[in-house]
Design a protein around this ligand. Structure first.
Ligand code: 5GP
Ligand code: ZN
Length: 114
């Protein structure tokens, strides 16, 4: 495929299976897995199989697919309350320089988990 990867990138290594991850959904253009430091139970990350540092670095076809996968995770998990989050740049709290969408379940206040 035309996917662009960066050898030193942690998320490119996850896509290639060089670093283990708990895989959720994989398509030709996207890969999704559980966040290693979850903000809530089921916190997922969806990443394009294209190394772009920020949203504007990634071709549209990849971005469309990552959102489709985020939706699929929300539907499959039966989520009613959740946040989709995507950070660009250090000041905006981006820590990993490979575009990723967080899918963060928001449990009800009565649910003590998360
Ligand atoms: P950011 O702050 O860049 O938007 O979020 C980066 C996210 O990636 C964090 O929530 C962090 O826990 C997660 N993360 C960083 N390294 C790894 C890893 O090696 N494996 C997994 N599963 N998640 C990671
Ligand atoms: Zn990468």
């Amino acid at each position: 495929s035309g996917a662009k990867t960066l050898a030193s990138c942690v998320f490119c290594k996850i896509i290639k299976g060089e670093i283990p991850s708990f895989k959720l959904v994989e398509t030709d253009l996207s890969y999704s897995f559980l966040d290693i430091n979850p903000l809530a139970k089921g916190h997922a990350l969806v990443i394009p199989k294209y190394h772009g540092e920020k949203l504007h670095d990634v071709p549209d076809e990849y971005l469309v697919d990552t959102l489709k996968v985020g939706k699929k995770i929300a539907v499959a998990s039966g989520l009613e309350n959740y946040n989709i989050l995507q950070n660009n740049g250090r000041i905006a709290h981006q820590e990993v320089d490979h575009v990723h969408f967080h899918v963060i379940p928001k449990p009800a206040a009565t649910d003590t988990e998360g």
